[in-house]
Design a binder for this molecule. Structure first.
Ligand SMILES: *Cc1c(COP(=O)(O)O)cnc(C)c1O
Length: 344
C-alpha cells in the first residue's frame, strides 16, 4: 500500500523507505557544484564501482541521464542508432533534437531486439562522403520499457559490432538491476558490453528522485559540464543522494521478490474469466494482459478498481500492465484478483 492505496501503475510510484528517510535526514551535504557534497560523491563512486566504470554523475531524472549521454557522445548532426520503440524515441519529448541536436536512426524492434544486420547496414561507413551524417553512437535498453530482458549473448554481439566500427554504446539501464536479477548475474556482467550506462534510482529501487550516469572518467567530466549547461547542477543534493545510496546497496537485493510476486500475479490472474494474461512476457516486475470478453472495458475496469482504492493505468494498444514493487504484497495481489473476479 502507498498512502492507503494499492498502486499497480508503475514502479515509479514507490515512495522512499523509512531507512531512506532516516539517511536523508542525517546526510552530510555541501555544495555539489563545488564538488563539496560528500554524500553525492559517495553515491557517484558507488554507482561507478557497482557497474565497473571509472566515474558517475548524479542527475535528477532518467531522461536527463540519457540526454546527457547523447549530448556527450555525439556532435550536432551526428546519427544515433537505436530501437524505434525505445524511451529516447517515444518518451523524451523530442529532447534529442533539442539538446544534442542529433538525428535518430531508428531500427525496427523485432521481438525486443534490433536485428544486427540492419544495425550494421545503418552504420555510416564513409566519413569522407560529405552527403552523409556520421554515426556517433549505438544505444538500446535492458530491461526495455516493455519489461523484456536481453541476454548477455545479445549484448556481446552488439558490442562486437560496435567495436568493428569503433563506435561507443550507451545502455539505457533504467531497470538494469531488474534485468541482472532476471538473468541471475552481477550487473557488471552486463555493463562490460557497453561504454556508458544510465540507471534509475527512483523506480523499483524506491529512491524519491534521481538517476546515475556512469562511464569513463573523461566522459563523466565532459557530461558534468553539459549537465551544468542544461541546468542540472544542484547544490546540497546529498539529501537525495543519501536515499540513492540505499537504493543501490539494499534495494537492488530485493528485486527478486517483486519478480516472484509478478509471477504469482500471472498465475492468479489466469483464474479470472475474460482475461488473457500474456504469461510469457512476465520476466521482471511487470504483468501484461488483455481483456477478452471481460464484463468491463479497460476504462470501466480502471474506474471500478479505483472505487476500491486500487490504482491502475488504462490499456495501451489493447494491452494492460500491472507492476509489482516494494509496496505490493501477495495479500494485496489476492485482493485485486478477487475484485476482478467479482466485476459484473
Ligand atoms: C523510466 C525510464 C527512463 C527515465 O525516465 P524518467 O521519467 O526521467 O525517470 C528512461 N528509460 C527507460 C527505459 C525508462 O523506463
Amino acid at each position: 500500500m502507498i498512502n492507503g492505496k494499492i498502486d499497480l501503475r508503475s514502479d515509479t510510484v514507490t515512495v522512499p523507505t523509512d531507512a531512506m528517510r532516516q539517511a536523508m535526514c542525517n546526510a552530510v551535504v555541501g555544495d555539489d557544484v563545488y564538488g563539496d557534497d560528500v554524500t553525492v560523491n559517495e553515491l557517484e563512486a558507488l554507482a561507478a564501482e557497482m557497474m565497473g566504470k571509472e566515474a558517475g554523475l548524479f542527475v535528477p531524472s532518467g531522461v536527463m541521464s540519457n540526454q546527457l549521454a547523447l549530448f556527450t557522445h555525439a556532435q550536432r548532426g551526428n546519427e544515433v542508432i537505436l530501437p524505434d520503440n525505445c524511451h529516447i524515441v517515444v518518451h523524451e519529448a523530442g529532447a534529442a533534437a533539442i539538446i544534442a541536436g542529433v538525428q535518430l536512426r531508428t531500427v525496427q524492434n523485432v521481438a525486443g531486439e534490433m536485428p544486427l544486420d540492419i544495425v550494421e547496414q545503418y552504420i555510416r561507413k564513409d566519413p569522407d562522403d560529405i552527403q552523409q551524417p556520421k554515426t556517433a553512437l549505438i544505444t538500446y535498453e535492458n530491461a526495455d520499457s516493455d519489461g523484456q530482458v536481453r541476454d548477455l549473448a545479445y549484448m556481446q554481439s552488439i558490442k562486437a559490432l560496435a567495436d568493428k566500427y569503433n563506435l561507443p554504446i550507451h545502455l539505457d539501464g533504467a531497470r538494469i538491476f531488474n534485468a541482472a536479477t532476471y538473468l541471475g548475474v552481477d550487473v557488471k556482467e552486463m555493463t562490460q558490453y557497453v561504454d556508458t550506462v544510465s540507471v534509475c534510482l527512483s523506480k523499483g529501487l524506491c529512491a524519491p528522485v534521481g538517476s546515475v550516469l556512469v562511464g569513463s572518467a573523461d566522459f563523466i567530466a565532459q557530461a558534468r559540464r553539459k549537465r551544468k549547461i542544461i541546468g542540472g547542477g544542484m547544490r546540497q543534493v546529498g539529501i537525495l543522494a543519501a536515499a540513492g545510496k540505499i537504493a543501490l546497496t539494499d534495494m537492488t537485493k530485493r528485486l527478486q521478490q517483486d519478480h516472484d510476486n509478478a509471477a504469482y500475479m500471472v498465475k492468479r490472474m489466469q483464474e479470472i474469466k475474460g482475461i488473457e494474461v500474456l504469461a510469457e512476457r512476465q520476466q521482471i516486475s511487470m504483468v501484461f494482459f488483455r481483456l477478452q470478453d471481460y464484463p468491463l472495458t479497460a476504462k470501466e475496469l480502471v474506474a471500478y478498481l479505483a472505487k476500491h482504492d486500487v490504482v491502475i493505468n488504462g490499456a495501451e494498444n489493447g494491452v494492460m500492465r500491472f507492476v509489482t514493487h516494494q509496496y505490493v504484497s501477495r495479500e494485496e495481489i489476492d485482493k485485486v484478483v478477487d475484485l476482478m473476479k467479482q466485476a459484473k
